[in-house]
Design a protein around this ligand. Structure first.
Ligand SMILES: *[C@@H]1O[C@H](CO)[C@@H](O)[C@H](O)[C@H]1NC(C)=O
Ligand SMILES: *[C@@H]1O[C@H](CO)[C@@H](O)[C@H](O)[C@H]1NC(C)=O
Length: 385
């Protein structure tokens, strides 16, 4: 049944000119000088509001390059093929931008938790908000998909600072590199200094008054101490935010990996360890605590981030009791599959990028139904076309 539908859709959609490849789509240079109706030229997220809804905007190349290491694999592919990173302006992002614009930053941080079906667009919503944060000079603490660290870490070692815990030096040092690139501009302007002394070993320390960059660089070079440096870094950022020296946006994709019953990392007895055995977990638990200001926290919860809890997409289920209580109070925001208008916009965009062509209204309907207007499935489904 499914394959019949699929077959009929294919025969209607494919034009006779043979197999279309990645190359043909990419080789078509972007010629349009006039703006298509489904696009908006406004690529400054603080101005995105209800008037831009259902339109596509293009993220400037400099920002795209900064974000790239945190972009999921399939999205990276799309950016390459389409020669641009474009984001459909959707309700959850607009809503959050308006909250962030109206926040009283002298008060304790607000927390927002995005939830929704697999592939509905939670991660891309985060990227839109990170773009917002960058243009507003927030320090961005962006942790893309922490579940990967707990699934396939390169090296797991006993923690240097606490023998009961485990360090992930490689992953965490890489993250520090990513953090540094993402925030290089903002941090250079802010010129933040370390507020106290950190002693790493008999001969290594970070001194009070050193630049925040020197702390970060130390963690990148001395991977052994990377986890300790992240603890120090997040503490420093919190302190600086409280002191009104900066504003900080914390963005964690798949936060519930931290609150799962177990990771896929085994200890010396070959038993799967809990997330709190990882030294890094408490640092990120602490940064989403309520006890600071001049910041905001935006998290997603996702069934893929936890191997056990998969029955429901709702934060209350995915976070577990402990995680829920730690985050409470927060505002849950649902990211839904596309609306019909959004689906139409995406089709126009794919056509514009020469990714699909000549789709009859009937075939569109079938496609819409087959994919439930789920963004990931629409993309996945379009690939063989
Ligand atoms: C969204 O898409 C997913 C994947 O196709 C589907 O399982 C789900 O039922 C859809 N949700 C709604 C509300 O249509
Ligand atoms: C993508 O599509 C293929 C078949 O077309 C399917 O087997 C696979 O599960 C799909 N993946 C996702 C993530 O939807």
């Amino acid at each position: 049944m499914f394959f019949n539908l699929l077959g009929s859709l294919f025969s209607r959609m494919c034009v006779a000119s043979g197999r279309r490849t990645v190359i043909t789509a990419a080789a078509k240079e972007i010629q349009d000088t006039k703006v298509s109706s489904f696009r908006t030229m406004d690529s400054y997220p603080p101005e995105h509001d209800i008037n831009n809804l259902n339109r596509i905007y293009t993220v400037p190349e400099t920002i795209t390059n900064l974000l790239m290491p945190g972009v999921p694999h399939e999205m990276k592919k799309q950016i390459k093929i389409f020669h641009e990173f474009s984001i459909l302006i959707r309700k959850p992002a607009i809503e959050l931008i308006s909250y962030l614009e109206q926040t009283d930053y002298t008060k304790c941080i607000n927390k927002y938790v995005l939830y929704g079906k697999l592939g509905a667009g939670k991660t891309i919503t985060l990227l839109h908000l990170i773009h917002y944060g960058l243009t507003r000079n927030f320090v961005i603490v962006y942790l893309p998909w922490v579940a990967n660290w707990f699934r396939f870490p390169k090296v797991v070692v006993q923690s240097v600072s606490n023998p009961d815990k485990l360090d992930l030096p490689e992953e965490v040092a890489n993250w520090l590199k990513f953090f540094k690139c993402l925030n290089e501009m903002t941090l250079s302007q802010l010129d933040l200094k370390v507020s106290k002394e950190y002693t790493w070993s008999q001969r290594e320390s970070t001194n009070c008054g050193d630049s925040l960059f020197s702390l970060i660089d130390f963690g990148i070079q001395r991977t052994k101490f990377a986890c300790g440096v992240v603890h120090a870094l997040l503490d420093e950022i919190k302190t600086a935010s409280i002191a009104g020296k900066c504003r900080t946006l914390v963005v964690i994709d798949g936060f519930n990996a931290f609150t799962a019953e177990r990771t896929v990392v085994r200890d010396e007895n070959h038993v799967y360890v809990t997330p709190d055995r990882m030294s890094i977990t408490s640092a990120f638990f602490d940064i989403v605590n309520y006890n600071w200001c001049n910041g905001a926290v935006i998290l997603t919860v996702d069934t893929r981030a936890d191997n056990e809890r998969k029955k429901s997409i709702y934060p209350v289920c995915l976070l577990g009791k402990k995680g829920f209580e730690h985050l409470d109070p927060f505002l849950p925001i649902c990211v839904e599959n596309y609306s019909t208008e959004e689906f139409q916009t995406i089709l126009k965009y794919y056509e514009d990028r020469k990714w699909i062509r000549d789709i009859s209204p009937q075939a569109q309907k079938e496609w819409e139904m087959l994919c439930n207007k789920n963004p990931r499935e629409i993309w996945n489904f379009s690939k063989p076309l």
